[in-house]
Design a protein around this ligand. Structure first.
Ligand code: NIG
Length: 387
């Protein structure tokens, strides 16, 4: 393996917990890992020297919430929404019908295209979910296909009760044969705890079955109205509760006293015309926040973490550094991957060399130049991602 010195860095952001942003730094990649970080004036010897010409270097994005196993298009639904129709969970069934009808090859090719689109924009670690199959066989093949394109796969059989089955029978299916069928490929259990999807007691049943099967827990909660999703996520020690648009003071208190990450999804909030999640207030309350794309065909059809970060800064009032941390280290925490040898979302000696170079001197340009794709180069486990 060839070691590589990355030098002439305009600003190095590590998000490793100290000196998160520094000038005059360089780093060495060796064998897929960061071998050294230090003063650019005194680098160790390396086989190859790469100058990034004063550009910013930072961890690759950790996109901790996406739904990339799907077929079909919902642009007509989007257009109607932009003309005033309210978003409702029932739109999920449009994608379920298209996904069930698609071949494995079609689903995998769509997933890989979106994954590659994300990578080209700096995403180096990606979670994705099942949830557009909603029968045993389509959920099973969704999980298997997801495992070939994403780093973490979440089982979201409890996305909606599909047509033609009672809620009781569907819960038995999700927590029984469907869970058993997907289990080899998934590491988290998720549930859409929302009016029109699953209530709190149904969600608890789903999550407890996931826990009994050895899975970590995540919750879609408080997206379309106030409800018990956040409280349930905290009660069961979920790694993350995602959306968080409608929060009560009790929800803030519960999150602040817990290790559950509040994952905000700015592009989804804009596309569904829901109030923006209160990310500023969450951080002010001492709650860990993650930012993710929620890429899916219904509510958030973007792979752009940069768009989400810019929105979090410009409209949710996070500082640039807070938003970039939430899109790297925050996402890692939401996936239980922010410490240890397999940590992602930060640059530290001994850690994975998942990093990106911006075509800009500092991370502030992500919000200062909104809409401009700034990722100039990406390294994934020390290897340059072809662009
Ligand atoms: O996270 N909220 C539930 N699930 C997805 C969207 C589902 C859809 O409308 O297709 C989300 O927004």
């Amino acid at each position: 393996m060839t070691s590589e010195l990355i030098t002439d860095i305009g600003e190095l952001s590590t998000f490793a917990g100290h000196e998160d942003r520094r000038a005059n730094a360089a780093l060495v990649i060796d064998n897929g890992r960061i071998a050294w970080i230090g003063d650019a004036e005194h680098p160790p010897v390396a086989d190859v020297r790469t100058s990034v010409g004063g550009r910013a270097v930072l961890p690759g994005w950790v996109d901790s919430h996406s739904h990339l196993v799907f077929a079909g298009d919902r642009s007509a639904e989007f257009e109607a929404r932009m003309a005033g129709t309210k978003y409702a969970a029932g739109g999920i069934s449009t994608t379920v019908n298209a996904t069930r009808a698609a071949t494995d090859a079609q689903l995998e090719s769509n997933l890989r295209a979106l994954r590659d689109e994300a990578r080209a924009q700096g995403t180096t670690f990606l979670e994705t979910k099942t949830g557009y199959g909603l029968d045993v066989e389509t959920e099973r093949r969704s999980a298997e296909i997801a495992s070939r394109g994403a780093d973490v796969v979440t089982f979201l059989g409890a996305h909606l009760v599909p047509e033609g089955i009672s809620a009781r029978d569907y819960l038995d299916l999700v927590t029984g044969p469907m869970l058993a069928a997907v289990r080899p490929w998934v590491s988290f259990m998720d549930v859409f705890c929302e009016r029109g999807a699953f209530d709190v007691e149904q969600s608890r049943e789903v999550l407890l079955a996931g826990r009994a099967a050895g899975l970590g827990l995540r919750v879609h909660g408080n997206q379309l109205g106030h409800g018990g999703g956040v409280a349930l996520a905290v009660e069961l020690g979920a790694a993350s509760v995602d959306h968080c648009n409608y929060l009560t003071p009790a929800d803030f208190d519960a999150l602040a006293a817990s290790d559950t990450v509040a994952t905000v999804l700015p592009a989804c909030d804009l596309s569904t015309r829901e109030p923006l999640a209160p990310a500023r207030a969450l951080l002010d309350a001492g709650i860990t926040v993650a930012i993710a794309t929620n890429c899916n065909p219904g509510t958030s059809y973007t792979t752009s973490m940069q768009f989400c970060i810019a929105t979090a800064v410009l409209q949710m009032h996070l500082t640039v550094e807070e938003a970039v941390r939430a899109a790297t280290r925050g996402g890692a925490r939401a996936l239980g991957r922010d410490s240890g040898v397999d940590a992602v979302g930060s640059l530290r000696v001994g850690g994975r060399a998942d990093l990106q170079v911006l075509d800009a001197p500092s991370i502030s340009h992500i919000a200062y130049r909104p809409g401009v794709p700034l990722t100039a180069a990406t390294w994934l486990l020390g290897q340059r991602v072809p662009t």
